[in-house]
Design a protein. Sequence first.
Length: 182
Amino acid sequence: MNHINRFLILLVMLVMVLAPVSARANESMAIGVQGGFLATGAVIDIPFGPLSVNAGVNYPVGWLYIKTLASEDASVSGLIDPFFVVTADVTAPISMGESFDLKIGVSTLGFTNFATGLFGVAGAALKGEYWIPEKEMGLFVNLNVPVMLYVVGEDTPFSAIFSPWLPLAGLFTTTAGVLWKF
């Protein structure tokens, strides 16, 4: 059994175990902003029964800062110049009180230009959401633990690489932000 099959089996088992203890099944949709080294931009959080789907379109502000400090060095320039960053996660919320939810699931962060392909990382997600009492606003931190590097494109079939060093990429893929319910 290859790594992708094991990962998918683990994901299905995680969802089945966490679904009965999920929080706020009637939660409303929320939009917001997030900030991080590789992903700074807009996000939307949509509940689907016992699961929440979060998607974002971002820009790699931290990477661009490093690139600027490198004075447009050829080894840095061109690597992700035309790319945007897309983020997505599917999580199962667990209520830890009236105002705090812990969401556990899977996430991905990918670089794309929306035409030729996508490369990124995927793995586990641990997300804490604190909703300010009597307000329609919440704060979140999304901690990512990538376990797979993937590439997919027009000329390239899906390929994945697993490495014990990939979880360190979570230092750069983790984000924090604000959500507003509507």
